[in-house]
Design a protein around this ligand. Structure first.
Ligand code: AMP
Length: 549
């Protein structure tokens, strides 16, 4: 019996990619989409009330039909208020993302003849709890069983770690279409540990395109001496974005390229060489270098002074300026690993690891009931059985099962509390870059006598200090209520415990210490992600929606 593999999905800002581990070769493979491409543009066109066009066709139609197209939805994920209306209904980022997932899953079903169901989806390392929840919900709306949401750089490191099994510290420089993520990861035999992570939400290839778009518009205006701005016309603008992206890609292969601008029925051919392109975009690249240095400093503080290798992932690392600049700034070997595919492949390997682990546990339990049936130890017999069931080599089963992936917290979490002079501050119980799972406790005093409950307001922030005074640097992610025995005096000790599991899920426990009262568990209701009702409604609505290419 062979089971449907767990699929890994890199749900990217601009492109999405799906992979699984091929049972015959044991290698991760990308499944091409219906158009034969290995990556699918993360673009959704609302064709009519029940039909969505996703991918290449949607991307090119965007030019004529900008009002019915959604691009870069990943930048909105986890922003609870964001909605877009089409055909009289409002759509959340989760629902729009779910169409992209369905497109790649439908195509994988056609290509691989099995329907992907269990999946691991990746997200940037700096995504907070709300964005991770929202990503998982997008998967649920698409009808998928989301086993885990894992970090993109971790997935890339897993993929790289399968090719090069030496112990090393790598820096994953991931410049995608809309996001930049930079992460220091320790790869050891059997363990992949994230050391430190940083990044910029809104920095990616698209910003490089934007600079070229502006340049093209300026050139057109200068050449025609016109005050009409090509950027004001939605049709011209869409065309400019496409020209710019194509031009940018061409510059990764050759030193000069030509683009064309058509506006107000007047054409202009514009040449762009690498030097000019680098000049137009230098400050963007500078930002990535600043963040790279910062994450290296953090890694150093945390006891990892040396980075052995820089791994490049994300389509935008194909720009020649990236490798050149990194070599110039750092005396470290720079390696490009499957820039568009490494993340999906790593997620697939991780998904297979989960499947192997689950199956091993089941089979071990079954065999343990009947030890007489097998000669070797139960564990070994189970490993052999699972290897043959999943079509894997025995050492691969052992390697996958033994592989430990340790993440660090990308954000600090704290509760709002008052200082002695009644000033509100955030007290961070757990701090960014701490290794997961993590647990921390802090005893607070009640403000008044006879409080029936204490409301804990939980804030997420990127500050590594214990006390945060500036609320602007933090986001409230949820509230939890702890019921107290009503007759407690003022300043009664209440213990608050934060525990965060390996996947970054936060659980809060409170205990009133004065009376030794019972523990109150509070799983936080996160803000902004879909409510249970909204999620159910989205799942129902999705059933009437058809996805086409
Ligand atoms: P990703 O989100 O990792 O798929 O990266 C997509 C981004 O990579 C988009 O901004 C693409 O324009 C960019 N990209 C893809 N191929 C190239 C290339 N050959 N040269 C420069 N940028 C590229």
């Amino acid at each position: 019996m062979t089971e449907t593999p767990v699929y890994g999905i890199d749900l990217g800002t601009t492109y999405t990619c799906i992979a699984h581990v091929d049972p015959l070769s044991g290698r991760p493979m990308i499944t091409p989409n219906a158009e034969g491409d290995l990556t699918t543009p993360s673009v959704v066109l609302f064709e009519d009330a029940d039909t969505r066009v996703v991918g290449r066709e949607a991307k090119s139609t965007a030019m004529l039909d900008a009002g019915r197209v959604v691009e870069m939805i990943k930048r909105q994920i986890g922003h609870g208020e964001w909605r877009r209306e089409f055909f009289g209904r409002e759509y959340s980022p989760e629902e729009i993302s779910s169409y992209i997932l369905r497109k790649v899953v439908d195509d994988a079903e056609r290509h691989d003849t099995v329907r992907p169901h269990k999946v691991v989806i990746t997200c940037p390392a700096y995504f907070g709890v709300v964005q991770r929840d929202a990503t998982a919900n997008a998967g649920r709306i698409a009808g998928l069983d989301v086993l885990e949401i894992i970090n993109e750089p971790t997935a890339a490191a897993i993929s790289y770690g399968m090719q090069d099994r030496t112990d090393q510290v790598v820096l994953v420089y991931d410049l995608g279409g809309g996001t930049f993520d930079v992460t220091v990861i320790k790869i050891e035999v059997g363990a992949i540990t994230v050391v430190a992570t940083d990044g910029a939400h809104e920095l990616g290839g698209r910003n490089w395109d934007e600079r070229v778009v502006q340049h093209l518009a300026e050139q057109w205006q200068a050449a025609h001496g016109s005050t009409s701005d090509p950027l004001d016309s939605p049709e011209t603008l869409q065309d400019l974005w496409q020209q710019a992206e194509m031009g940018k890609r061409a510059l990764s292969a050759k030193s000069e390229t030509r683009m064309r601008v058509v506006h107000d029925n007047q054409q202009l051919a514009v040449s762009l060489n690498r030097e000019k392109f680098d000049e137009l975009t230098r400050d963007l690249l500078d930002t990535t270098v600043v963040l790279t240095k910062r994450v290296m400093d953090t890694a150093r503080e945390l006891g990892h002074p040396k980075v052995d290798r820089i791994l490049l992932v994300g389509g935008s690392t194909r720009m020649v300026q990236v490798t050149e600049r990194l070599k110039e700034e750092f005396d470290i070997e720079v390696t490009m690993v499957d820039p568009d595919q490494a993340v999906a492949k790593g997620a697939a390997i991780y998904g297979q690891k989960l499947a192997v682990g689950d199956r091993l546990r089941e089979v071990t339990a079954e065999l343990a009931q009947d030890p007489a049936r097998h000669g070797t130890s139960t564990r070994e017999a189970a490993e052999e059985l699972v290897a043959s069931e999943l079509g894997l080599r025995l050492d691969t089963v052992r390697h996958l099962d033994g592989m430990v992936v340790k993440n660090v917290l990308s954000h600090s979490f704290g509760v709002r509390s008052l200082t002695k002079d009644d000033k509100p501050v955030i007290f961070n119980l757990v701090r960014a870059q701490e290794t997961l799972p993590v647990e921390a406790t802090k005893v607070f005093g009640t403000r008044k006598a006879g409080m029936g409950e204490v409301e804990l307001r939980i804030f997420e922030n990127t500050v590594r200090d214990r006390i945060v005074e500036d609320f602007d640097t933090a986001e409230e992610v949820g509230r939890a209520e702890l019921k107290l025995v009503a007759d407690l005096p003022e300043n009664s000790p209440v213990e608050v415990r934060f525990s965060i599991n390996g996947q970054g899920r936060l659980q809060i426990t409170g205990r009133d210490m004065a009376t030794g009262g019972a523990e109150v568990n509070a799983v936080i209701e996160t803000n902004r992600a879909l409510s249970a009702d909204e999620l159910n409604d989205a799942v129902e609505h999705a059933k009437s929606i058809r996805i086409i290419s």
